[in-house]
Ligand binder design. Structure first.
Ligand SMILES: Cc1ncc(COP(=O)(O)O)c(C=O)c1O
Length: 384
């Protein structure tokens, strides 16, 4: 079981949950800006470029704020690349474990950098990418595991992600950059160990590549992250290897900046109270089941344990067991913390579950905007 990284409710402690429809993601634009300022500070101090990983968080209503602070975005394929160009500014790097021939020309025309997963993909597409004016890069697999669980470990045995460095004697002639990614919501020590593991490879090929992207998984916006240490490492890499460095976090951008508000629909009894809510982990917070992890609940207090789950048919559609003062009432609002990343981008309508609305709250002014509500047509439109 992973632990939630959330540092607590922060300003959401003062948010009146009845102000939004249920379910609803509420993002605090003040906290988002603070996260972005931290990242911009690192970027300036280390002369590094910071890209938002759209796979984690791509709420484009806040794209102008994000683009004001970061170098650009990174995409996982054609649709994210289009979203990047339609809404976000700056550089665009696109990486995929494999590209589809039918989409590649369009991806290359949209992207500044294309990151290939293997030398075979590199050879297959490099002429097309160059013709479209994109830089060429290769994702290497450092063969050094740091992730706590295998599901999130790109360096697990047999991984398909990145070209293993032990199987790479030479780099292609026309390469511009190297990319690696092996962390997940982690601090500086795992990054230091990764760099130590991959350094001989990086040194051996020094001069052949001009930039180095250290991927995501750096939880730079958590208060206890050693940002000074990160700045030093980035500067040192840049000087020693003569490269422009990049990082491409996703989680760190939305960290602790959103809650998911829901409602208790009914409480049944089976070896203790069981609350059924309009938040379904399988539809709205799938990492709760996949990782798995127990999201922190806003204002959790009391002596009574209540098991909370969604209204879907899946027996394991369970959020977790939470403390309440007494048996919750139907209609009672609840909210889970740190729900910006890997949530809105992953929602489904399984069982006809409603997609959560999207709201932007300003915790300084208390202004609230409901920017998106989904309806039956969104559900119907996904199938035919
Ligand atoms: C290649 C790559 N870059 C960046 C990220 C973003 O990571 P995080 O959201 O943990 O910062 C991921 C996440 O899976 C990734 O696979």
């Amino acid at each position: 079981m992973l632990r939630t990284q959330s540092s607590g409710a922060g300003r959401f402690a003062d948010f009146d949950l009845s102000r939004v429809p249920s379910p609803c993601f509420v993002i605090d634009e003040v906290r988002l800006r603070e996260n972005l300022e931290v990242l911009r500070g690192v970027s300036e101090a280390a002369d590094t470029k910071v890209l938002l990983a759209l796979k984690a968080f791509s709420m484009w209503a806040v794209a102008p704020l994000i683009s004001d602070h970061l170098t650009g975005t990174c995409a996982s394929g054609l649709w994210e690349a289009k979203l990047a160009r339609n809404h976000f500014g700056g550089e665009l790097a696109t990486y995929a474990p494999a590209f589809k021939p039918s989409e590649f020309d369009e991806i290359a025309a949209l992207s500044d950098h294309i990151v290939f997963n293997s030398t075979a993909q590199f050879e297959r597409y490099s002429a097309q990418a160059k013709a479209a004016g994109a830089d060429l890069a290769l994702r290497i697999n450092p063969e050094h595991s740091e992730a706590e669980i295998e599901l999130y470990d790109p360096c697990a045995v047999g991984s398909r992600l990145g070209h293993p460095i032990s199987k790479l004697d030479t780099l292609p002639d026309n390469i511009s950059g190297l990319h690696l990614h092996n962390l997940c919501e982690q601090g500086l020590e795992p990054l230091k160990r990764t760099i130590a593991a991959v350094r001989p490879f990086l040194e051996a090929h020094k001069g052949k590549y001009q930039w180095l992207n250290l991927g995501g998984g750096h939880l730079v916006t958590r208060n206890d992250y050693d940002r000074g240490g990160l700045i030093e490492i980035l500067k040192e890499l840049s000087e020693d290897l003569g490269v422009q460095t990049y990082i491409e976090p996703g989680t760190a951008i939305g960290f602790d900046a959103a809650i998911l508000v829901g409602e208790v629909l009914d409480v049944t009894e089976n070896n203790g109270p069981v609350g059924i809510t309009d938040i379904s982990p399988t539809c709205h917070m799938p990492d709760v089941i996949e990782a798995p992890y127990r999201p922190a609940m806003l204002g959790e207090a009391g002596a009574l344990d209540v098991r909370l789950g969604g209204a879907s048919c899946l027996s394991g559609d369970i959020i977790g067991s939470y403390k309440f003062d007494g048996v919750p009432q139907s209609g009672q609002r609840i909210a889970f913390l740190d729900q910006a990343h890997y949530t809105m981008v992953k929602t489904t309508t399984f069982n006809g579950a409603h997609l959560p609305s999207l709201a932007i709250w300003n915790s300084d002014t208390d202004a609230l905007r409901i920017i998106k509500q989904f309806d039956y047509e969104d559900f119907e439109g996904r199938l035919s």
